[in-house]
Ligand binder design. Structure first.
Ligand SMILES: Nc1nc2c(c(=O)[nH]1)N[C@H]1C(S)=C(S)[C@@H](COP(=O)(O)OP(=O)(O)OC[C@H]3O[C@@H](n4cnc5c(N)ncnc54)[C@H](O)[C@@H]3O)O[C@H]1N2
Ligand code: MOO
Length: 401
């Protein structure tokens, strides 16, 4: 666990606080940091084929473009008839056929399939079950229902199929297509560039003395996907300010995630570079353990920078505290309260802040430092424990990716 250099549990650090190198950082309460990340607002909408929009959030309502049903069609297999019976059979219309010029005259019938376009003149469809057919004639008694589905019976043009703000599911996409809305307007997916810093970090092979294997690429990719974003590029960088500055300048997309370089050491350049670049802090330090050095800034051109502390468990905490809500907000997902669960066990709490601890599906805490990921991996979730938490009380819970 890192040293508590600067625990000042009060709110501060919102916009306007220009980054610069400093070892003393005011820490924002965890719930405010989470909300600040989540409330950055959605990206604009774009038109996407309904069938390809699954998982995206509607930026505009889906409106009915063609009536449902789109044309008068038979609700039953049988005979479309006009006038009183018996009726002389004059033809057959199957689904998909266009009975151009075919009119059902009084006293005549057309054999018809469910879903087939009902020819002009027909006043009802008699199901086979209600008919007798002999010598090219149909006899039967019309019931109270005409068994014709009229155009627009279910939905009229202009009606709202699904309101804005809903996530496109397979059913939403199918309903849109059924209503003739073949494209839908969804919030743009936030695009992420991941910069993995650290001379000691390697991305393949067995680490040599002083080296570690990168743990962030997979975690950030999973958290990003879960929040509705997409990692468009990832790079490993040495602890070199010029390389980090160039990578920050060149990074494409909406959000730059930087792992490591979050602290105050001689090799930690991120904060100074963000200051040089004129960035504005939305969050700079969070009153939580682990993960207190995490930060969120916005560059003058609107790109966000999320700083994940290099210690792997602390970085995971930060990815769930800042990255996931930021991306979910940018993707247009409506804010929802975090799920909460009854948590039991014993842990040293953090005065003036929250302790974030792996918790299993039965609500039992597992201990964890700021480095090892094993407890989070085995537990599957993290409990956010306020300073006054007692065993048996509920606490917000974050699912691990
Ligand atoms: N003087 C202070 N020192 C430190 C403080 C502090 O407040 N004052 N905070 C400590 C805490 S807490 C954390 S967390 C770390 C944050 O460090 P950085 O974000 O600057 O990260 P590094 O120093 O580069 O690395 C820290 C640690 O993490 C390992 N690491 C880095 N990247 C990866 C990766 N991609 N995969 C796996 N492991 C990684 C790295 O090898 C180091 O062991 O600062 C404390 N120090
Ligand atoms: O302990 Mo640090 O808090 O690893 O982020």
């Amino acid at each position: 666990m890192g040293e508590d250099l600067d625990v000042v549990p009060q709110r501060a650090g919102h916009g306007g606080d220009t980054p610069g190198r400093s070892t003393r950082r005011v820490q924002m309460p965890w719930s405010e940091a989470y909300a600040a990340a989540r409330d950055t607002g959605p990206l604009p909408g774009e038109a996407v084929a309904a069938a390809e929009a699954t998982g995206r959030v509607l930026a505009a309502p889906v409106c009915c473009a063609r009536p449902v049903p789109a044309f008068d069609n038979a609700a039953m297999d049988g005979f479309a008839v006009a006038g009183d019976g018996p009726w002389t059979i004059r033809g057959r219309v199957l689904a998909g056929a266009v009975p151009d010029g075919l009119t059902v005259l009084p006293g005549t019938a057309v054999e018809i399939a469910t879903g087939a376009l009902v020819p002009g003149g027909a006043s009802a469809v008699l199901p086979y079950e209600d008919c007798r057919v002999s010598d090219g004639r149909v006899e039967g008694v019309r019931g109270p229902r005409d068994h014709i589905r009229r155009a627009g019976d279910d939905l009229a043009v202009g009606a709202v199929v699904v309101p804005a703000g809903r996530t496109v599911t397979a059913t939403v996409a199918a309903a849109a297509v059924q209503a003739g809305a073949f494209t839908v307007v969804v919030h743009r997916q936030p695009a992420v560039t991941l910069l993995v810093t650290g001379d000691e970090v390697i991305t393949s092979g067995v680490p040599g003395p002083g080296q570690v294997r990168d743990t962030f690429t997979g975690l950030v990719t999973a958290v990003t996907a879960r929040a509705g974003g997409v990692v468009e590029s990832g790079r490993r960088l040495p602890d070199d300010p010029a390389a980090l500055r160039a990578a920050l300048e060149a990074a494409a997309g909406d959000v730059i995630v930087v792992s490591g370089s979050s602290s105050a050491g001689a090799a930690d350049h991120l904060h100074g570079l963000l200051g040089d670049a004129g960035a504005t802090w939305l969050v700079r330090g969070v009153a939580c353990r682990p993960g207190h050095p995490q930060a969120l800034a916005v560059l003058p051109d609107g790109r966000f920078v999320v700083s994940l502390p290099g210690n792997p468990y602390a970085g995971l905490v930060a990815a769930l505290t800042l990255l996931e809500p930021l991306l979910a907000g940018l993707a247009g997902r409506p804010p929802r309260p975090l799920p909460s669960a009854v948590v039991t066990g014993g842990v040293k709490l953090m005065p003036g802040g929250v302790r974030i601890v792996p918790v299993d599906q039965d609500g039992v805490l597992a201990g964890a430092g700021s480095v090892g990921l094993h407890a989070a991996a085995a537990a599957g979730a993290l409990a956010v424990l306020p300073p006054d938490w007692v065993s048996g009380a509920p606490a917000p819970v974050l699912a691990v990716p």
